[in-house]
Structure formats: structure tokens, C-alpha cells
Design a protein around this ligand. Structure first.
Ligand code: GTP
Ligand code: MG
Length: 311
């Protein structure tokens, strides 16, 4: 981004300078440029410096840090302020286990979560919202004809990154927010067969709305992910994705692993007293188990109660 850049700033094409070595530039990075920054056709600048990142959103291919996949860590985006967790209400069906993982990643990275429920024309949000009653999780509902003013207000002045399974409607939403983006959109029939319509992450500046001033913010569209691995998050930090449970653990014995077989774990009594949803505790424990390689590898992000695929 150029100093004092605004909607009329030219788009500069730049290459990473050799002296940066293998340190890679990711979407969202603020960089120092030298060379031709005019943005004229054929002009090429060089990236010579990557500014310190205010946040780094990561995911791993797998949860288990003892496997090669678990160690394969990807930086999704740098400097994001808001993680927009995009979940369709149907086609593909919502996965609360996936949303829970995104919440863990967001809290771990110090990024605020926003739940974005798309395809509200196909199914109601009651089941998903009911699951999150104890959390003060902000959310928006999107249908093809919905007014996006509330969403635009939540995006203003921030860098927001969209994450979600393939086919949930991320690029469709980006095209509505930034009409000139012309992001390709896919058909849902290809989901689950390894087809992803978007193949790389792209940051786009949100347009200025008539009558509104100030910084409109940026939105980052990302390729759909099959799963959101959390091998990089410590067992202790996993709990930060469950603020509805964390308070209970002051009554746990020292070094309590919080697993179901730990008789003294205070989380069971907390749920029994109605202070949190039993399904959230079960989801947390599924995540703990998955990290130690004990989870169900077929559908790790489907919690009991989530709709079956195809329904
Ligand atoms: N009924 C309905 N269909 C929608 C809605 N939003 C998107 N779709 C459809 O869902 C399909 C997939 O949308 P995309 O925007 O390509 O999904 P994506 O999340 O970008 O997918 P990847 O790029 O593969 O990650 C398209 O056929 C869209 O027309 C919605 O609100 N309602
Ligand atoms: Mg897409």
C-alpha cells in the first residue's frame, strides 16, 4: 500500500527483492517498495522490506503436530483485524466444528470474529445461532437479495478476511461488496471433489458508498478450505476459543487436561448447571482429542447435531 493511498492510488506491480531471501510476502503485508511505483503499464517495483505484522492468521493442514501435515503451517493473511467466518446455512450444510476451529484461530491470533451465515434463503439460522447463544458472537445473515449496509458498517475501517468451506459463497459476497472485483464463482456440485473455484487469496479495497466518508476498509477473499487445522495452537490456547467455558476452569485441579475422563474437571459441573451448552463442551473435547490423533478423521468438523451432508 502506498503512503496516503486512497481509492485513486494506482495499483503497483512489484517483485520480491532477492535480499529478502526466502521470507515470503503474504496477502495483507505492508511492504516497503523501491523502483518504479507509478503503476504505469509495464512498470515494476521491488519489495525490499516487510513491515512488522500486527496479526498473523495461520492454519495447518492437520491437527496433529507429530505428522508432516500437522507441521505444514500456512499463513492465511497478515494484518487482519477481523475474521469473517463464512458458513452457508445449506448447500453445503453448516459445520459448527469448523466454526469453532475458526474461533480458536481468531482468538489465538488476536483477530475479532464475525459469523457470516450465507444462503439464508435456503435454510433458517436458528440451529446455528442456538449453538452460540452463550457467546456474544456478532453475526450477519446473507441472502441473495439482502441489504449489505449492516455488513459494510462492520467492515468499515478494518482489514477483514473471509474464510470458509468451498462453495459457501465467499466470492459471491465479495462481488456484491466490490462489483469491479469480478471474482469467479463456482457451482456447489463440485464441492467435496477437490474443486475450489478460488485458488488464491486477494485483498480488495471496499468502495466508498455514496454519503459515507472515511476508511471503507479492505476485504480478503480466500480459497475454500477443507479443514482448519490447529496444530500450531497450544492445548492451553484452544480454550480461548471457548470463552463460554473458560471461566469454569478456575475450579479445575492444577494441570487439569479438561478431558472427559478427568473426573475432577470442573467443566462438566459448569455445563450441568446450565452455564454453557453441552455441545460446545463436546466440541472442545473433540478438538482436544483430534490434536492427539484420536478424532474421527472422516469428518472432523461435523459435530453431532450438525445436518448431514446432502440434507
Ligand atoms: N441460494 C444461494 N446461493 C448462493 C448464495 N451465495 C452464493 N450462492 C451460490 O453458491 C455457489 C458458490 O459460490 P462461490 O461464491 O463461488 O463460493 P466460494 O465460497 O467463493 O467458493 P470457493 O472459491 O471454492 O472457496 C454459487 O453457485 C453461488 O451462486 C446465497 O446467498 N443463496
Ligand atoms: Mg471463491
Amino acid at each position: 500500500m502506498l503512503p496516503g493511498s486512497g481509492p485513486d492510488t494506482p495499483v503497483v506491480t512489484a517483485m520480491r527483492a532477492r535480499e529478502l531471501g526466502r521470507k515470503s510476502v503474504v496477502v495483507g503485508d505492508r511492504v516497503g517498495l523501491v523502483g518504479d511505483t507509478s503503476g504505469a503499464p509495464g512498470a515494476l517495483a521491488r519489495i525490499v522490506r516487510i513491515a512488522e505484522r500486527t496479526s498473523v492468521l495461520r492454519r495447518t493442514a492437520d491437527d496433529d503436530e507429530t505428522t508432516a501435515e500437522g507441521r505444514l503451517e500456512r499463513v492465511v493473511v497478515a494484518n487482519a483485524d477481523q475474521l469473517v467466518i463464512v458458513s452457508a446455512l445449506a448447500d453445503p450444510p453448516p459445520r459448527t466444528g469448523f466454526i469453532d476451529r475458526c474461533l480458536v484461530a481468531a482468538y489465538d491470533a488476536g483477530i475479532e470474529p464475525l459469523l457470516c451465515l450465507t444462503k439464508a434463503d435456503l435454510a433458517g439460522p436458528e440451529a446455528v445461532l442456538g449453538y452460540y447463544t452463550e457467546l456474544e458472537l456478532p453475526y450477519v445473515l446473507i441472502r441473495p437479495d439482502s441489504d449489505l449496509a449492516a455488513l459494510r458498517a462492520l467492515l468499515a475501517g478494518r482489514v477483514s478476511v473471509l474464510v470458509g468451506h468451498s462453495g459457501v459463497g465467499k466470492s459471491t459476497l465479495v462481488n456484491r461488496l466490490v462489483p469491479e472485483a469480478e471474482r469467479a464463482v463456482g457451482t456447489v456440485s463440485a464441492i467435496g471433489r477437490g474443486r475450489h473455484t478460488s485458488t488464491s487469496a486477494v485483498a480488495l479495497r471496499l468502495p466508498v458508498e455514496p454519503g459515507a466518508g472515511g476508511d471503507t476498509g479492505w476485504i480478503v477473499d480466500t480459497p475454500g478450505v477443507r479443514s482448519f487445522g490447529l496444530a500450531h495452537v497450544s492445548a492451553e490456547s484452544l480454550l480461548h476459543g471457548f470463552p463460554d467455558l473458560v471461566e469454569a476452569t478456575v475450579d479445575c485441579p492444577a494441570n487439569c487436561p479438561h478431558t472427559a475422563d478427568e473426573a475432577e474437571c470442573a467443566l462438566d459441573a459448569w455445563v450441568a448447571a446450565g452455564k454453557a451448552d453441552a455441545r460446545r463442551l463436546a466440541s472442545y473435547r473433540r478438538l482436544l482429542a483430534s490434536r492427539s490423533g484420536e478424532g474421527d478423521p472422516r469428518e472432523p468438523e461435523r459435530n453431532p447435531g450438525d445436518p448431514l451432508a446432502g440434507s
